[in-house]
Design a protein around this ligand. Sequence first.
Ligand SMILES: Nc1nc2c(c(=O)[nH]1)N[C@H]1C(S)=C(S)[C@@H](COP(=O)(O)OP(=O)(O)OC[C@H]3O[C@@H](n4cnc5c(=O)[nH]c(N)nc54)[C@H](O)[C@@H]3O)O[C@H]1N2
Ligand SMILES: Nc1nc2c(c(=O)[nH]1)N[C@H]1C(S)=C(S)[C@@H](COP(=O)(O)OP(=O)(O)OC[C@H]3O[C@@H](n4cnc5c(=O)[nH]c(N)nc54)[C@H](O)[C@@H]3O)O[C@H]1N2
Ligand code: SF4
Ligand SMILES: [Mo]
Length: 749
Amino acid sequence: MGQKEAKRAFCEWCHSRCRVVVHSEDGRLTEIEEDPSFPLVDNIFPPTRACLRLRGASEFMYHPDRVDFPLKRAGEKGEGKWQRISWEQAFDEIAAKLGQIREQYGAEAVASIHGTRRTHAEFSIRFMHLFGSPNYVGNGMICSAPDGVSGMMMFGWRPRYAVSMRFEKDAATGKPETQCIVCSGENPAHSYFRIWKGMRDVKAAGGKIITVDPRRTEAAELADIWLQIRPGTDAALFLAMINVIINEGLYDKDFVEKWCHGFDQLAERVREYTPENMAGITWLSADQIREAVKMYTSNRPATILTMGEGLEQQQYCIQALHARFILSALMGLVDAKGGDYLPGPANFITEADIELPDMLSPEQKAKQLGTHRFKLASWPGRTLINEGTRRVWGKDGGRARVMSQAHAPTMYRAILTGEPYPVKAAITVAANPMVTQGNTKLVYKALKSLDMYVVCDHWLTPTAELADYVLPVTTWLERPYLSSGGAHDNYIVAGEQALPSTITGEYDRRHDFDIARELAIRLGQGEHWPWTTLEEAFDYQLSPRGMTFKEFMDKGGFEFPPKEFKKHERQGFGTPTGKVELYSTILEKLGYDPLPYYKETFENPVTAPEVAEEYPLMLITGGRFVPMYHSEHRQIDSCRRRRPDPLVQINPKTAAEFDIGSGDWVWIETKRGRIRMKCQLFDGIDPRVVHAEHGWWFPELPGEEPWLHGVWESNVNVLTEDDPEVCNPVQGGWPLRTALCKVYKVKSY
Ligand SMILES: Nc1nc2c(c(=O)[nH]1)N[C@H]1C(S)=C(S)[C@@H](COP(=O)(O)OP(=O)(O)OC[C@H]3O[C@@H](n4cnc5c(=O)[nH]c(N)nc54)[C@H](O)[C@@H]3O)O[C@H]1N2
Ligand SMILES: Nc1nc2c(c(=O)[nH]1)N[C@H]1C(S)=C(S)[C@@H](COP(=O)(O)OP(=O)(O)OC[C@H]3O[C@@H](n4cnc5c(=O)[nH]c(N)nc54)[C@H](O)[C@@H]3O)O[C@H]1N2
Ligand code: SF4
Ligand SMILES: [Mo]
């Protein structure tokens, strides 16, 4: 009889954040089921047991394509020739090269590249801060940072109500806390299953849903009002809503008077933003805008979902989100039940603390690429925001991923040009920039020209194929877990390591933590890495609570403190003025417009009529779809069978105009390149707009150049623009949801 085990592990294959029970026999995965001991087990739709990614877990664990041992490039870069080496050799060689580059060019010549939340990247950032480099980049800047820093600068903490772990019901009544949800630029039916369940619960309890989306998504179908907005114009819509709320006196006068800074300036600003003036811009009618205001203001409390990528990935994301947060403030729904809840930090050593932001010297911070131009989500903005959060909450309100990343487009250009200084090496941790970063052609040239490129991943992705070293990492199944919502929240959740990371002769995978630590020790950071294992690091994180990781797990492995609202009445807000800053003194200090505004995006028929002559359609990208997660799961057969091909959604009228039929392969072309996808006729998209999925590569195609697993075939970021000139002027986010394109049938395929 084999040795059977059951462990409570925390799944990181999407942001829905489930804890599950993982069964194994002799260290081999046998089954995964829901964890009934986890308090939010029923709070998800569909239930965990129906999760397609989980069902493919055995395929994932034992897939023949998994990178199981460290690899070193054996041929030219991109030639697809690899040599297996030992972990010791990998660590020794990589550390030696990093040390040499620091010696020759300075620490800032070493970069790290991160993806969305998947692993304990806080330890990789700790390594970077201690190494002395401010140049860690990643998709945080177009995912989380726009939302996070906008909330922080206005409220002095990031609102956490409408996020995946927080969609709770009222503890006393068992009913949804909120009466109305505005779902803007988000489709939780595919992206956040807990929010999706929450929306359905609100609707079932008689609440209202307003969905703002250029496409008729599941969230739009659920809605009482669907606003089919013109892409990139949400700031105009929100400003018009603010205009109505102020003009009709619908706001919470008491809260605004006592707790909001800059109401008069705001009222002045929105004067021109009438529904009538904004109607044409947004493709909505003035009546629709007024109706939405009526529904939003008369169903209290109401909440507007956060983290909608339709908002975060617009060129003027900060301006749109600033206006969005103003709506909550005007309604007095900040730190209020059913509105924007401000939890404050958890009582432990958070992810932000682990990163040791203060160990990076001011001189090195000032060298961060992009920091002089895009100040809000890098050190100048973070420093101002931290003053308030530290004063009121005693801690930083977020970590590097949200608060202080270097600007990726600027960094890729620095690699290529040596300006403003050389960047010579990079380590990628849980990211696939060849597929997910904007402007793939530039990313490709940059990554290829590095002196040393290290990729930590499970697979030989198109990105990994360009590396000098590929380091095989564990998944959530093979490592323990501890988190507090990325340092923004006060709950703590944990999970056990369910499966061994090494089976002799079969595989030898390491945690991202181990990789950071081994390099750190070789580079003289030993005193800051006293823990030999991730569990020991977790013991340290839990030490303020006087318990070890094991003791925390024994007690259930979670803590959700009861919610306390209206804390500002006791402590004020963690902003420079101690109030909600409708008029942001932080933006003002940084030299930007302190109030939100609407501006046309860089590439649309209004701003670029000459481009529109050849490329008449507006392209939006990246709408989420189950079961894929970004560029992941393409090699997992059970997932791929569900979604074998990349899809582009085109309105039947438009398709007819260009002689395209359902299921045809079509070229999608922008000024920057062309890719092909399969046409899905969809009458729920405006005829002037086309939607193309993101994340596509083909693991089954050859890895060596020129194929790179088909990265040039259907990867939508071949089409997107990342020029710093068109990035958000305040924060630097690159516009993934705005471009002009044309579509035409692929003649032979
Ligand atoms: N055009 C367009 N582009 C987009 C988007 C869009 O909507 N449109 N969305 C953007 C958004 S919001 C995001 S967040 C990004 C996501 O961008 P990325 O985070 O780069 O997403 P993935 O492509 O899935 O890359 C993650 C890689 O990490 C590996 N990985 C998974 N788990 C681990 C782990 O624990 N450790 C390590 N070391 N590796 C691991 C996976 O195998 C995969 O290769 O994409 C962005 N790109
Ligand atoms: N299945 C799956 N789930 C995921 C992910 C995944 O890759 N796959 N990724 C995870 C990550 S990292 C993220 S950030 C989230 C993102 O999750 P969501 O925020 O739900 O992201 P999307 O589905 O990309 O975009 C939401 C909607 O924005 C709309 N949209 C496009 N342009 C505009 C616009 O200008 N205005 C408005 N109002 N709407 C617009 C699109 O039509 C789309 O329906 O999903 C997470 N969950
Ligand atoms: S992949 Fe499935 S099990 Fe894992 S967190 Fe997402 S929904 Fe939950
Ligand atoms: Mo994201």
